[in-house]
Design a protein around this ligand. Structure first.
Ligand SMILES: Cc1cc2nc3c(=O)[nH]c(=O)nc-3n(C[C@H](O)[C@H](O)[C@H](O)COP(=O)(O)O)c2cc1C
Length: 591
């Protein structure tokens, strides 16, 4: 059996397998911080996917520490009923439940947390929300420090009351405890500043107070061992604190890295596609050599072989899969069945869109954050389905309707992937530096998943000139993408193939928002019309993705989810166009 599927303990708690969902803010709570149906549905999708330990996202132990709007509340008893419901459902689904207690410190604003932000020292902090504004928090007095330590302990007791098996203390990523670790942010001259021992004191006080408050519960200490900026904490010091946390009776260490002041950018906290797989695994391996408690590794471990090797090689006891489980909640079940996964692109749209106020979402998983919408899937059954176009929307649609149907994908090219094969050749995808490998792996896995479920591929087949191939089908799904105007198509694909978009001057152009908007949206036109006209009377015809309107990949793939799973496709604005063909339709079908 794969070692990831074997049980293991964290303190008193037996976890059914080695896969942990790390804390990830979703913004599915309501404005007050109460758990909503959407919160429950989001987490339950991952529970039913077989994850061993689900960590609920960062929740502040006191009001002053709330870091985002619609952050889950744990700082008051009135949140208990919602939290209890969430834990009960997670337990009924067979997983163990943890929650992260995280305090923003200086990394929030009064209009978000409702109070004056506090920090080890009164220095300017950038605030990661809808603006790039900085704030100057209030320096914590020793009495305020003790108050906050007690708030952590009280919040931990609340989580125990709600039924959680574990509680995680957030000592990472530049939030309050991590601000105490970093000399640049901690200018104190008392017993909480200066030497490493002093800078570690606040976090370890929190750990000891939480341990004392919740006997019988597993306490996990999540630490950034390396801050990646001068004035931050280097890993020699981070490793030392990890050892002290083990000595202070943490039941497990969750080893991460990065800080919102990291250089070259804060992106490294959630390493985007240009970073290597298993980005932080060597850090957890170092910690694991020095302690005798379980170590959880995190950071680009979503490739099943990479995750398996992380544990099999003894570099970690558990793997935490963040974006991977947003992209594919069924990852664990697929590992069990040895099936290809829906691979995360590491494009960081999930986190980057939050800056604009959005809730969690995903480019490749159109259901992420909208699980309630898809709670009663209504896919076609007993049909012969033709999908025209093997781009991401067409492949996604095909992969979602295999059960009980015969699905054939027609593609005029010799290879699958459509425009997505070129996305990795541009300098940027969404807001991150693009890497071809990420798109290649995603497409390869999607094709493999389709093949495994019996989808037939017919490459090198242009249905526009061989419409008779569509005759035997009950349903035709037009996923032909967008075409460039002004004969730009062949020029731009050749330029991308030759790597021109990465040349210094051209790269700047391709990275400019106005040019990108023109190049991806204005310079392209929808193609669905001519293909929808090929349908014969009685056939159902649906258009999805860029074939309806050139747009962003996220909306295009979301429309494939909606067309495949919803009885009445609703959308983020790009509704699949559907009709039953009574006679050959005429006129444009662009929505
Ligand atoms: C949308 C999103 C929200 C996150 N929120 C938190 C959080 O609340 N607390 C935390 O410690 N880390 C948070 N993280 C970081 C993840 O827990 C994890 O460390 C990171 O995504 C790297 O793991 P991955 O490569 O498996 O995604 C978040 C990451 C994402 C993508």
């Amino acid at each position: 059996m794969n070692i990831l599927l074997t049980p293991a303990r964290i303190g008193p708690v037996e976890i059914p397998n080695r896969i942990v969902m790390p804390p990830m803010t979703t913004r599915t709570a309501d404005g007050e911080g109460f758990v909503t149906d959407d919160t429950v549905a989001y987490y339950m999708a991952r529970v039913s996917g077989g994850v061993g330990l689900i960590t609920i996202e960062m929740a502040s132990p006191e009001r002053a520490g709330r870091h985002r709007r619609r952050e889950i509340g744990v700082y008051d008893d009135r949140f208990l009923p919602g939290l209890t419901r969430l834990v009960n459902e997670i337990h009924q689904g067979g997983a163990k439940a943890s929650i992260q207690l995280g305090h923003a410190g200086g990394h929030t604003r009064a209009d978000i947390c409702g109070e004056t932000p506090i920090a080890p020292s009164a220095i300017a902090h950038p605030v990661y929300e809808t603006t790039l504004a900085t704030i100057v928090p209030e320096e914590m007095t020793p009495a305020r420090i003790r108050e906050t330590v007690q708030a952590f302990a009280a919040a931990a007791m609340r989580t125990q009351k709600a039924g959680f098996d574990c509680v995680e203390i957030h000592a990472a990523h530049g939030y309050l405890i991590s601000q105490f670790h970093a000399p640049f942010e901690n200018r104190r001259t008392d017993e909480y500043g200066g030497s490493l021992e002093n800078r570690a004191r606040f976090g370890l006080d929190v750990l000891r107070a939480v341990k004392a408050a919740v006997p019988g519960m597993a306490v996990i200490y999540r630490i950034s061992v390396e801050d990646f900026f001068p004035g931050g904490m280097p890993c020699s010091e981070g490793n030392r604190i990890a050892i002290w946390a083990a000595e202070a009776r943490a039941d497990a260490l969750h080893v991460t890295a990065g800080h919102y002041r990291s250089l070259p950018s804060a992106q490294i906290v959630i390493p985007p596609m240009i970073y290597p797989e298993a980005t932080f695994l060597d850090f957890s391996a170092e910690v694991k050599k020095a302690v005798r408690i379980p170590v959880i590794a995190v950071g680009r471990l979503g490739d099943p072989a990479t995750a398996t090797a992380a544990v099999a090689s003894g570099k970690a006891d558990f793997v935490a899969l963040g974006r991977t489980l947003i992209a594919d909640p069924q990852w664990v079940q697929k590992l069990r069945r040895n099936e290809p996964i829906r691979r995360c692109l590491a494009c960081n749209t999930c986190i980057n869109e939050m800056r604009g106020g959005a809730r969690i979402g995903c480019v490749v998983n159109g259901a992420a954050g909208r699980e309630t919408l898809f709670s009663n899937p209504a896919s076609p059954r007993g049909e012969r389905i033709a999908v025209i176009g093997a781009g991401p929307a067409g492949l996604t649609y095909a992969s979602l309707v295999t059960e009980g149907n015969e699905v054939t994908v027609f593609e005029k090219d010799k290879r699958p992937g459509g425009a997505f094969r070129y996305a990795g050749k541009a300098p940027l995808f969404q807001e991150v530096e693009a890497s071809e490998r990420s798109f290649d792996l995603y497409i390869a896995d999607l094709v493999a998943a389709c093949l495994r479920k019996g989808v037939v591929f017919r490459f090198d087949t242009d249905v526009a000139t061989a419409a008779e191939v569509l005759a035997p089908f009950d349903r035709i799904v037009v996923a032909t993408g967008a075409a460039y105007r002004f004969h730009l198509g062949s020029i731009s694909t050749k330029a991308l193939d030759w790597g021109v978009a990465r040349w210094p001057g051209v790269s700047r152009l391709f990275s400019a928002p106005l040019f990108r908007h023109w190049f991806y949206y204005r310079a392209r036109r929808a193609t669905a019309g001519r293909f929808m006209r090929l349908a014969k009377p009685g056939q159902i015809v649906i258009a999805i993705g860029d074939a309806i309107r050139p747009g962003k990949s996220k909306e295009a793939i979301a429309s494939a989810f909606e067309a495949a799973l919803l009885p009445e496709p609703r959308s983020l604005g790009l509704s699949p166009v559907s009709q039953r063909s009574a006679a050959a339709p005429s006129g444009p079908v662009n929505a």
